[in-house]
Design a protein around this ligand. Structure first.
Ligand SMILES: Nc1ncnc2c1ncn2[C@@H]1O[C@H](COP(=O)(O)OP(=O)(O)OP(=O)(O)O)[C@@H](O)[C@H]1O
Ligand SMILES: [Mg+2]
Length: 273
């Protein structure tokens, strides 16, 4: 059931790397996991051990309403994956336009994916706003915003807090509590990096989900087509702690008592709640 969307206003911050690790660690812990690649770069498949020659996709054909069940691939990382698929630029734009006008092309199948209460659905997105992100935001249990512990990312903290990045107003307020921040590539030995982490901690408070240190082993693992799904110290340990936090937060939101339970009888009678 939990839908976890990985996003960032910034590119190259580790979204795909983290999405792959989160999915693979959850799978290794025995959870059923479905990973959904909505980034046109189609690179999540490579992190999960698929061949670069395998260009089959799901999201690149969303406007043709494919059956998602037929597009699922079993990856060597133990994660079931719906790859974006290889696409020409024009095709990418066609899919984006279709999603802008018909978000249900994505939300309807994702609702079916979420029907399995035990299954985690982990979504990798393109950097910045996208029709796919807009469509999925109302359904997401957590939107994990990845930032780097550097000055360029620090500059994004005020516009994230003010709502300039993820939206303002009543609708955005509804999802604000589901937005959490993850600081990646933290280097506590570098004063700037430590200072940016501290600023993020002050700015986001409990919405700071965790931090992953800068670790060459992350890039090395990809070279060897592996993921850091176990091990202590460095990024491997941070990734385990990150998945602990994620599972705790999703359990919390699933178990949170509905303060209005039993109220609004008319809405319940009409099948709206
Ligand atoms: N904790 C880390 N330590 C060291 N290197 C990292 C870490 N996290 C990610 N990287 C490296 O950062 C680079 C960018 O990662 P990745 O492609 O996952 O970013 P992205 O946000 O998905 O990029 P894009 O915006 O293009 O989709 C990769 O080379 C990856 O190996
Ligand atoms: Mg990426």
């Amino acid at each position: 059931m939990p839908l976890i969307v990985i996003n960032s206003p910034k590119g190259g911050v580790g979204k795909t790397t983290l999405a792959a690790h989160i999915a693979a660690i959850l799978a290794k812990r025995g959870h059923p996991v479905l990973a959904l690649d909505l980034d046109t770069q189609n690179s999540l498949r490579l992190h999960l051990g698929m061949s670069i020659r395998d260009e089959a996709g799901y999201a690149n054909a969303l406007d043709h309403q494919p059956r998602w069940q037929n597009a699922v691939v079993e990856t060597p990382a133990g994660v079931r994956l719906l790859p974006f698929g290889g696409s020409e630029p024009r095709r990418v734009l066609e899919v984006e336009m279709a999603l802008l006008n018909r978000p249900d092309l994505l939300t309807a199948p994702v609702r079916e994916m979420l029907a399995d209460p035990a299954q985690f659905v982990i979504v990798d997105t393109s950097p910045g706003p996208s029709p796919a992100l807009t469509a999925l935001t109302p359904l997401a249990d957590l939107i994990v915003v990845v930032l780097l512990a550097d000055i360029a990312s620090a500059a994004l903290i005020p516009p994230i807090l003010s709502g300039q990045v993820y939206g303002r107003g009543t609708m955005s307020a509804r999802s604000a509590d589901r937005m959490v921040v993850l600081m990646n590539q933290v280097d506590l030995d570098a004063p700037v990096s430590a200072a940016v982490l501290e600023s993020a901690r002050n700015a986001f408070g409990p919405r700071l989900l965790g931090a992953v240190c800068w670790d060459n082993a992350v890039a090395e693992a990809l070279v060897h087509r592996r993921l850091l799904t176990n091990g202590t110290g460095g990024a491997a340990e941070d990734l385990q702690l990150l998945v602990d936090s994620l599972t705790a937060r999703t359990r919390q939101s699933a178990a949170a008592p509905d303060p209005d339970a039993g109220a609004f009888p008319a809405l319940r009678e009409w099948g709206l709640r």
